[in-house]
Write a protein that binds this ligand. Structure first.
Ligand SMILES: Nc1ncnc2c1ncn2[C@@H]1O[C@H](COP(=O)(O)OP(=O)(O)OP(=O)(O)O)[C@@H](O)[C@H]1O
Length: 334
């Protein structure tokens, strides 16, 4: 079992407390994604699990074994970075094999493990090539191959797809999901990409200034964000926030409504506004409206021929989110 337990972790660099006091349970076999704004401590947390940084206080256990003071190589983890860090003079096969050779794994076993990784990652036809003759996605697969052959209990990924173009990212995302299913390993993954977080994660950890804002499944975070921070961090375009009279009428300081939960309703809409512009994406239309309750973004299914000028809108009350003066969720209206 390779559950990862972070207990009362504090990380201080010099005089700066990056992570004040963080406790997190990562179940065995889960795909846990860490998200949060730049500088919130995601990479630092991952590096502490890897053993590349030591916590100032607190402890880390992997598979119920305390590894707080353990060498990285003895933790049963493997880390894949944003930069692939392949050896340019070695072939794909040699790159994947490198760590095993260093660890003095017997030849026959090395060959079997490299062949199995190449199979899983569709690298078989590329084994004799050097990195310069590979696409970005193929290089990243080689980097993942290097991790897989070591049979780690826990995979750590630090923004592994962010150097790839959109199409390759989509392809690699699907491959990573598939890999997770097949290996049944624990994976901890840092990303800035909403779609990666929502599609890959069993659990998402939303961090803010070294603290955990909320931990939950993608749909829990989307449907019931506990704080205004999570409400606006998860979901794109982001949740509309409205304060003032409309919020007061709901017993809240701020109400939130996602762009897809507002209907454009010329006759009876309760809010009125002026269409600033509309983005026609084919499968959906995103409308930006200057309204009497502030700037509102609306997401409409399909190609929606919105007219210039004034329009009226109605939020779906079943999907209103209410927050108090401290930005905490009051309760779902439904
Ligand atoms: N070795 C270090 N020495 C001093 N400060 C550091 C060190 N490493 C990280 N920090 C600081 O700790 C904070 C958290 O950094 P970290 O890289 O973990 O954030 P992050 O959430 O991964 O950010 P990003 O999304 O931009 O990669 C930042 O303020 C950073 O400047």
């Amino acid at each position: 079992m390779a559950n990862v337990e972070l207990s009362s972790i504090n990380k201080t660099f010099g005089a700066v407390e990056t992570i004040p006091n963080l406790t997190l349970s990562i179940p065995h076999g889960s795909f846990t994604v860490l998200v949060g704004p730049s500088g919130c401590g995601k990479s630092t947390l991952l590096r502490m699990v890897a053993g590349l940084e030591s916590p100032t206080k607190g402890s880390i256990a992997i598979g119920n074994r305390d590894v707080t003071h353990e060498e990285p190589s003895k933790r049963g983890i493997s880390m894949v970075f944003q930069s692939y860090a392949l050896f340019p003079h070695m072939t794909v096969e040699q790159n994947i094999d490198f760590g095993l050779r260093l660890a003095k794994v017997p030849q026959a076993e090395r060959e079997a493990r490299v062949a199995a990784a190449a199979e899983v990652l569709h690298l078989k036809p590329l084994l004799k090539r050097k990195p310069a003759a590979l696409s970005g996605g193929q290089r990243q697969r080689v980097a993942i191959g290097r991790s897989i052959v070591r049979n780690p209990e826990v995979f750590l990924f630090d923004e592994p797809l962010s150097n790839l173009d959109a199409a390759l990212r989509t392809q690699m995302r699907v491959e990573l999901a598939d890999l997770h299913k097949r290996l049944n390993a624990t994976m901890i993954y840092v990303t800035h990409d909403q779609v990666e977080a929502m599609t890959l994660a069993d659990q998402i950890v939303v961090m803010n200034a070294g603290r955990i804002e909320q931990v939950g499944s993608p749909m829990e975070l989307y449907d019931t964000p506990n704080t205004l921070f999570v409400a606006t961090f998860i979901g794109s375009p982001r949740m509309n926030l409205i304060s003032g009279q409309s919020a007061k009428a709901e017993g809240a300081t701020t109400i939130g409504i996602r762009p897809e939960h507002i209907a454009v309703d010329d006759a009876n809409g309760i809010w009125s506004g002026r269409l600033r512009f509309a983005e026609h994406l084919g499968n959906e239309t995103i409308a930006y409206v200057e309204s009497d309750v502030g700037e509102i973004i609306i997401r409409l299914a399909g190609h929606h021929g919105l007219k210039e000028g004034t329009l009226r809108m109605t939020p779906d009350r079943l999907h209103l989110h209410r927050f108090d003066e401290n930005g905490r969720r009051i309760s779902a209206v439904n």
